[in-house]
Design a binder for this molecule. Structure first.
Ligand code: HEM
Length: 219
């Protein structure tokens, strides 16, 4: 899932190049391996996502059951203890991301398409104008700033999640663990900043492109 998020961010950066680059990129993905790639990737993602939710909820419930009495003081005890705001709020940031992904899919993946007039041409082929949809959405304050807020949860979740994933897989040693933890924090910050920079940049600097919605020319 971390790999998906990295690739998704790199792909989204084509938004900075323009309509042809972004729509061409989504068109390329949709037609990779004669269309099979998207189905394979989506099935894999869904399975990873669902098993991650089940594992996350189960860990959180087991943690609650493991102590009848709560800790008197909650904090990082040093050494193997890795308590942080991120680690203490994993279930909350996870639920926030679940809500985000569902809203996000309805927003873009299942949002308005060719039938609603979001049409453009890439390399002589008519395709869905996803670029225009993204730019229009991030010219509105509510989608823009709610995306920014959700990306803070993404950063928080990954700040603890990336390094912990290596630990869970047994990749840990006195030398390696501090490096993995630092790399995990760095990657989490880069991803969250990258994702929240996009809507903010579009909101501030990119005007919606002209298009046709239900037969009317809009700007
Ligand atoms: C600025 C932030 C983001 C933008 C502009 C963005 C944009 C998009 C767009 C336009 C699509 C639709 C692609 C298509 O229909 O071909 C999409 C799909 C998707 N996005 Fe994002 N996204 C962002 C952040 C995220 C984040 C942070 C996550 C995960 C935590 C995420 C997860 C997904 C997923 C799972 C899909 C569906 C992929 C598929 O089924 O093919 N997105 N995104």
């Amino acid at each position: 899932m971390v790999l998906f998020v990295i690739i998704h961010l790199i792909g989204n950066f084509t938004l900075f190049i323009g309509s042809e680059a972004f729509n061409g990129y989504t068109y390329f993905l949709e037609h990779l391996m004669h269309g099979a790639f998207v189905y394979i990737a989506e099935t894999g993602l869904l399975l990873f996502f669902l098993s991650h939710i089940v594992a996350g909820i189960s860990v959180s419930l087991r943690k609650g059951r493991a102590r009848d009495v709560g800790y008197e003081v909650v904090g990082n005890a040093g050494g193997p203890s890795q308590k942080s705001t991120a680690s203490l709020s994993m279930i909350l940031s996870g639920i926030a991301l679940l809500i985000f992904v569902v809203v996000h899919l309805f927003h873009f993946k299942f949002g308005p398409g060719e039938a609603e007039g979001y049409i453009t041409v890439v390399d002589g082929t008519q395709v869905r104008d996803l670029y225009r949809l993204v730019i229009e959405e991030f010219n509105k304050p509510v989608p823009t700033f709610s995306y920014v807020a959700f990306m803070l949860f993404l950063g928080l979740h990954l700040r603890h999640g990336i390094a912990s994933a290596f630990h869970s897989l047994g990749v840990a040693s006195p030398r390696l663990t501090p490096v993995l933890r630092a790399a995990g924090v760095l990657l989490a910050v880069l991803l969250a900043v990258g994702f929240l920079f996009l809507p903010l940049y579009i909101y501030a600097f990119v005007e919606p492109t002209a298009g046709i919605i239900a037969g009317e020319l809009t700007v």
